[in-house]
Design a protein around this ligand. Sequence first.
Ligand SMILES: Nc1ncnc2c1ncn2[C@@H]1O[C@H](COP(=O)(O)OP(=O)(O)OP(=O)(O)O)[C@@H](O)[C@H]1O
Ligand SMILES: [Mg+2]
Length: 266
Amino acid sequence: MGRIKISAKNVEKHFNPGTPEEVKAIEDITLDVMEGEFVSLLGPSGCGKSTFLFMVGGFEKATAGSLTLNDVPIEGPGANRGIVFQEYLLFPWQVVSKNIAYGLRIAGVPKAEQDRRVAELISMIGLQGFENAYPESLSGGMKQRVAIARALAYDPEILLMDEPFGALDAQTRGRMINDLTRIHQSTHKTTLFVTHSVEEAILLSDRVALFSARPARIKNVFEIDLPHPRSVTDEKFVHYERLILDSLEEEVTKTITANAVPAENL
Ligand SMILES: Nc1ncnc2c1ncn2[C@@H]1O[C@H](COP(=O)(O)OP(=O)(O)OP(=O)(O)O)[C@@H](O)[C@H]1O
Ligand SMILES: [Mg+2]
């Protein structure tokens, strides 16, 4: 660590600016993510977390402010960023190994190197024996492992994850959190991880950035000073959980109040 990987300075995002449909999604996000760091983004629904992640991914442009990767302004998507979404965006017509190799094939990586890399990733995600399985025959957790492997295949500099475990059952999610912790510890990939789960954020992150209600600002950044593996029953864990939940609760209440239908309109 020590080097700034992603830097957001006074980033603002308005959709459809200057029109009646204008949506002020992000007001002012200033956040530096260090090389190798795992940072979670938490905040009320609709506050702009995905929007921020998409801007780092290069799929959306900021309305104002600066957003850089390695000190270079982010102008568009690139292979140096691996992305994992909540829905498993796998190609249903391709087997697991082909899904994982996708980016490598596009990049023209020689077949032998592709095979070596895929075998390494399959073992990292613990899916040995499923190389030739089609996505439809896999469980949700397995599909999401394949999606993570695919995002890592091209050896991106950063990993962007938008609620990757949101669709999984509690038990599978627990296992995926352990796996992702292990993967992060072995790859030291700089990671931005959007979640709704305070528990997930504390279990995984070096820091948790809490977004305010829309239009988003950074409300608090919590540094999680706990060794891995982490336990939800640890006294310090419970302390962080209370702090973050209280702060999040305030923003959720603001969101609900702002969206409430006035009594006279009911
Ligand atoms: N393409 C778009 N055009 C107009 N408004 C948009 C667009 N994309 C997002 N928004 C609006 O921007 C705001 C932030 O949306 P965003 O999806 O980033 O929130 P979020 O924090 O990821 O929410 P959730 O936790 O529910 O996933 C919302 O009000 C949303 O309706
Ligand atoms: Mg979202």
